[in-house]
Design a protein. Structure first.
Length: 324
């Protein structure tokens, strides 16, 4: 029953319906995988974990039952609300919104932005070649993350309309939910760069952040992959891209709350901005008893330059380790 004068609560009630129940009503059959449920068919490979879902086949996700219905049925907001139990127009007529909100004024989710150009299997070989041959990242690492759906290519086009595939690096929260992404093109000096969604509470991460006892914060996804490759790819570490030259306070607070004995390394670029980022991290955590913070900038400007120099010296992707 809708609550009078509280139409937002009515919408929220529909949005908060159990996703697995809604998926079943939509005709999907799921299989439990760990703490989540995976629904697979010819069109979808949807992982549902609590209030969030992500479709690995189509490279998009969201939160809540309304988003799930929109995604599965390919319909708009009003149609999804109607399918779940009542149209938005009916709610507005009966209870009236204090301020009418037009669809154009609604905030566009990062999932919607990601699907404008879509995941591209055709563009992936070019992106893969760039990461392996251009950046000297280990092919095994690149392929593993691609198979997990954490790195992929999309059909980006440059300002002149010509194909210019972009790399997409998904941001995950501490619990593993996808809440954002970093995008950039495959040029040595990236012309196209974009960050979508939440970069304070979700990050592109190599390794298992929730189980690591050695956590390193770097500036970019390619730096994260490079540092992970240089350090020998230990299963006890996680390397996190901050998508910028400062370490989110939310990341450090989450690590401190959940893994208080972990070593937290700030490994931003070797420049004035990177040093400023480390100083800010130190100031933010100076009063945190027992928080083990260490500064470790690269010798060169960034970690990919370090990796490429080692590659030139060894003529292969190095197995060198950097110990904390």
């Amino acid at each position: 029953m809708l609550i009078k004068n509280k139409p937002n609560e009515a919408i929220d009630r529909l949005r908060n319906l159990p996703l697995n129940q809604v998926a079943g009503q939509l005709g999907l059959t799921g299989k439990r995988e760990g703490g989540a449920v995976m629904y697979r068919d010819k069109k979808f490979a949807i992982n549902i974990n609590g209030e969030r879902f992500f479709d690995h086949k189509n490279g998009t996700g969201g939160g809540g039952a309304i988003d799930l219905v929109k995604h599965i049925r390919g319909c708009d907001f009003n149609a999804a609300v109607a399918w779940l139990g009542g149209s938005r127009e009916q709610i507005e007529r009966q209870y009236s919104f204090p301020v009418a909100v037009s669809p154009k004024e609604e905030k566009v989710s990062f999932e919607t932005l990601l699907t404008v150009q879509g995941r591209s299997k055709k563009a992936w070989p070019k992106v893969r070649k760039y990461l392996i041959d251009g950046r000297h990242l280990p092919s095994k690492l690149v392929d593993e993350l691609h198979e997990q759906g954490l790195i992929y290519a999309n059909d980006h086009r440059n300002y002149e309309g010509y194909p210019a595939p972009a790399m997409v690096f998904l941001h995950r929260s501490w619990s593993g939910h996808v809440w954002g992404a970093s995008l950039r093109d495959c040029l040595p000096q990236a012309v196209f760069r974009q960050t979508l969604g939440d970069k304070k509470n979700a990050w592109f991460t190599v390794g298992n952040l929730a189980e690591a006892n050695w956590i390193t914060a770097v500036e970019s996804p390619i730096d994260a992959l490079s540092y992970y490759a240089i350090t020998g790819q230990s299963n006890k570490q996680a390397v996190v891209s901050c998508a910028g030259n400062y370490v989110p306070l939310e990341l450090m607070r989450t690590v401190y709350s959940n893994r208080p004995q972990s070593l937290f390394i700030v490994a931003l670029d070797n420049d004035a901005a990177g040093e400023k980022g480390y100083q800010k991290a130190w100031e933010d955590t100076a009063e945190w008893t027992g928080f083990n913070l260490k500064n470790q900038p690269p010798k060169l400007k960034d970690w990919n330059l370090e990796l490429r120099q080692l590659y030139v010296q060894n003529r292969q992707t190095p197995a060198m380790r950097i110990t904390p």
